[in-house]
Design a protein around this ligand. Structure first.
Ligand code: ADP
Ligand code: ASP
Ligand code: MG
Length: 408
């Protein structure tokens, strides 16, 4: 008897019909005699709808109350699913984040899990009950509800799979696996049979939302076997596994585009030791996630420093940077909200050279200007104008032979 965690995302439980269909899928797994823990997201669009309501009432909604609000979406789906399963004759019981013992730090709306106590889940499994767990939520040390950041149900699933030492953590979604690019953006993208944790971590952090970044981090740390599958059709998906020798043979595994980025430039900064430390030290203290940073060659002892932040962090970043610019005697602060980051990811880049040059040549052939560049051992990212993001992703996907029909 195997132990599985099955997580179903928003579109998979987006209507009563979908909940019925997923219930039948769960029923099949139970009939095969496996132990099963189910993790559910809110119905698709629900978390956005709740966020919109909060923002209509308040410009900066209180984080604690935001978590109380957002966590309600998952309570609806777990209750409906448990009812549906019971009507099919399956012993099922819903559990909130608090009830499954997910304890987090106090960072409301982006909490990190500090521990998980699976006593109740294990007791349910022993009694032959299928626990139906609300994803995306936990409680902090003060017993207040917290949420785990967008896409956080993936993290709930992986954390439970790690704690229960499950055989596989299945992430059921609206596509049948992890593709060489977002199949909704690049129709010729190819499904991968497997991908390494490391590559998936880069893809997720660079905008492929099919798995939440922190869930991949945790899966890698605890070596949790993860498989992304479709809840709409049967068949294999993509396994996220430890890197193997075949993977090194492939130059580029995937291309991503992320338009959830903004660029901040501090213009006319005095070119002196300690200035960058002052600016980025203050930004880091406010938990704003800075990604790419470039500093121009200085002219007349003045320089420009540009960096990117997620668009959601832009407003707090602007007010902070404006104050800092004044404090260090910089001329002005410029903002560009219409940028996107396009990236190539592949462990093969470690052993093959020339990928960056080919990437730049492809973008230039399509007339796309590169504003910033950053690289790591297994990825290259370029910031371009947002309106060119899809063109860039499609061009790169083709150039690196990632299409369905291409021989690789
Ligand atoms: P869920 O609601 O099930 O969690 P998400 O919307 O979070 O689903 O993630 C699935 C989506 O991820 C797909 O519909 C697809 O558009 C997008 N996606 C982005 N990049 C990729 C990729 N490389 N492979 C597969 N899907 C991707
Ligand atoms: N409902 C949450 C969201 O939309 C969590 C999730 O679906 O994973 O981000
Ligand atoms: Mg998701």
């Amino acid at each position: 008897m195997a132990c599985y965690v099955q997580k179903f995302g928003g579109t998979s439980v987006g209507s009563l019909e979908r909940i019925q269909q997923v219930a039948h899928l769960i029923d099949r797994t139970c009939r095969d005699g496996h132990q099963l823990v189910v993790v559910l997201s809110a119905m698709s669009g629900e978390t956005n709808r709740l966020t919109k309501m909060a923002k209509e009432l308040s410009v900066a909604p209180d984080d604690r109350e935001m978590d109380v609000l957002l966590s309600s979406g998952e309570r609806v789906t777990i209750a409906l699913m448990a009812m549906m399963l019971k009507s099919l004759g399956i012993k099922a019981r819903s559990f909130t984040g608090r009830q499954v013992g997910i304890v987090t730090d106090g960072a409301h709306t982006r909490a990190r899990i500090s521990r998980v106590d699976t006593k109740r889940v294990q007791a349910a499994l022993r009694d032959g009950v299928v626990p139906i767990v609300a994803g995306f939520q936990g409680i902090n040390e003060a017993s207040d509800v917290t949420t785990l950041g967008r896409g956080g149900s993936d993290l709930t699933a992986v954390v439970l799979a790690a704690a229960l030492k499950a055989d596989t953590c299945f992430i059921y979604t609206d596509v049948d696996g992890i593709y060489t690019a977002d199949p909704h953006m690049v129709p010729s993208a190819r499904r991968l049979e497997k991908i390494s944790y490391e590559e998936m971590l880069e893809l997720a952090s660079l905008g492929a939302r099919v798995l939440q970044t922190r869930s991949v981090e945790l899966a890698a740390k605890h070596q949790v076997p993860v498989e992304v599958r479709s809840s709409f059709q049967d068949g294999p998906g993509t396994r996220v596994v430890k890197e193997d020798a075949d993977m090194e043979q492939v130059l580029v595994s995937g291309v991503t585009g992320d338009c959830n980025q903004a660029k901040v430039t501090v213009v006319g900064v005095p070119d002196q030791p300690g200035i960058a430390a002052k600016i980025f030290g203050a930004i880091a203290e406010s938990a704003i996630n800075v990604d790419m940073i470039i500093q121009n060659v200085s002219q007349d002892s003045l320089t420009d420093i540009s960096f990117t932040v997620p668009r959601g962090d832009l407003n707090p970043a602007i007010s902070l940077v404006k104050d800092l610019a004044k404090a260090v005697g910089a001329r002005t602060v410029e903002i560009n909200e219409t940028i996107a980051k396009v990236s190539l990811v592949g462990v093969g880049m470690r052993s093959h050279s020339g990928v960056a040059a080919r990437m730049f040549a492809t973008l230039s052939r399509d007339g796309i200007n590169i504003m910033m560049i950053s690289t790591s051992e297994i990825k290259i990212s370029c910031v371009v104008e947002e309106k060119y993001m899809e063109l860039a992703v499609r061009g790169l996907h083709k150039e690196f032979g990632l299409e369905k029909s291409a021989t690789v």
